[in-house]
Design a protein around this ligand. Sequence first.
Ligand code: CP
Ligand code: NVA
Length: 301
Amino acid sequence: MKHLLKLLDLTGEEIIDIIGLADQLKYEQKHGIAHRHLNGKTLGMIFSKASTRTRVSFETGMYQLGGHALFLSSSELQIGRGEPVEDTARVLSRYLDGIMIRTFGQDEAENLAKHGSIPVINGLTDFSHPCQVLADLMTVREYKKKFDGLKLTFIGDGNNMANSLIVGGLKVGMSVSVAIPKDFLPHQDVLQFAATYGDKFTLTDSPEKAADGADILVTDVWASMGQESEAEKRRKAFDGYQINEKILSAANSGVMIQHCLPAHKGEEITADVFESHANEIFDEAENRLHAQKAVMVKLMS
Ligand code: CP
Ligand code: NVA
């Protein structure tokens, strides 16, 4: 593994290996055991979109590993004034040991990796959010102690989170069921990949059907970053695609809830359901730190 651009590029074994290292780094962090695997190394973090979790967890994680992280707003880089990605990649490769990028097009992250000579980590594109789903899978295993035999259900928009959850969930051995309105389907490449898993994957427009027997219920905002102008239209289109008491009652008892955050309570999830599963959701947020540290150790040490 040279980069983390999307989970489609990783094997199930590689994903489980990252989660294993993340568990170990979490243990070491909680017990004050030093793990300075990236002593003296520098990560550049390019952001073209807002962030709380990704920015803070990468910067803190790099510090805990003995390295240093640089926040680079794309609007203040020359890339924001039109300097080509391929030149930016070659320049940054001379200074840094790794790059994290949060941007719009998946092709921008892929191009950075193609033209640079250092590892590139996707910190969210319109297509995928692999760091988030590694943290989600880590959290699932913490709570459920296994992947085999579990059913993960995603309800909502066929966005970057849906794309990554489908791929990650199937690769580690879970069944994945998604309830998504037909005008908002996941990416074609993801649906093609999922089709190779036969009846371990189901796509429906019925949230109740998808949630039936679920062990993990996941949702995300209806309007992602960059889609703010469509928010009203999307609120109408996703009416009924909410995680609420009715959906919970279709799931297995002991179902856990995951949400990458930020959440729009009252839209994709009710405030009551969110608060009664807050432990799982904030453990998930914490695990961004540990999972990304594992990714950086794998790629940069
Ligand atoms: N979940 C997530 O990526 O959060 P941020 O947008 O705050 O980084
Ligand atoms: N789908 C959301 C995830 C935010 C972490 C977005 O892209 O805005």
